[in-house]
Ligand binder design. Structure first.
Ligand code: GRF
Length: 199
């Protein structure tokens, strides 16, 4: 199985995925890294690992779907079976999601359905919850909404700051995501309505 990782930023999740593929903890080929930001550090990581990259500037497209059509064309050309979003800061169009049904996953830094959106760690921290976490989920046509594959929890202690919480969340992401990707690419995830059956 061949998969692509989509990233717009720092790429710490991409890095652990690269390492997990090398160590055969993910038994699939990371064939492509896609980004909408030409300066993303994630691209530096990909190039260093000699993984093919594909960068597309959203400003060159009139709307979301035409951007996504170009992305999908490239995914087909590269024979990509699965798409892994890792800090990709764009919402995918319905067109894209329909082209890869139950083949696109995302990692979200909160316990969905709580704290959707782009500032989930901060929102959870400011809300004063005692427990937050990380969710790996399939991508559907609504934001941060698809069927949940895996979750892990993180306790927020009185001594925690936003910084220490961010660290804990990222540490958890880095163990949870490679495991979920391995299950996905080995065909071990079955979706029944909103439920994901593992095995
Ligand atoms: C992660 O916190 C992930 O949950 C969110 O975006 C962040 C990406 O971080 N979707 P990185 O670029 O992988 O370091």
């Amino acid at each position: 199985m061949r998969f692509a990782v989509f990233a717009s930023g720092f790429g710490s999740n991409l890095q652990v995925i690269i390492d997990a593929v090398k160590r055969k903890k993910i038994r699939a080929e990371l064939a492509l890294v896609v980004s909408d930001k030409k300066d993303a550090f994630a691209l530096t990581r990909a190039r260093k690992a000699k993984i093919k990259t594909f960068v597309l500037d959203p400003k060159s497209f009139s709307d979301r779907e035409s951007f996504d059509r170009e992305v999908v064309r490239n995914l087909r050309e590269e024979k990509i079976d699965f798409v892994v979003l890792a800090g990709f800061m764009r919402i995918l169009s319905a067109y894209f999601v329909r082209e890869y049904p139950h083949k696109i996953i995302n990692i979200h830094p909160a316990l969905l359905p709580a704290f959707v959106g782009g500032h989930a760690i901060r929102d959870a921290f400011e809300h004063g919850v005692k427990m937050t976490g990380v969710t790996v989920h399939f991508v559907d046509e609504k934001v941060d909404h698809g069927a949940i594959i895996a979750q892990g929890t993180v306790e927020i202690l009185p001594k925690d700051t936003l910084k220490t919480l961010e660290k804990k969340i990222h540490r958890l992401e880095h163990t949870l995501y490679p495991k979920a990707i391995d299950l996905l690419t080995r065909g071990k995830l079955t979706v029944k309505g909103r439920k994901v059956i593992v095995g």
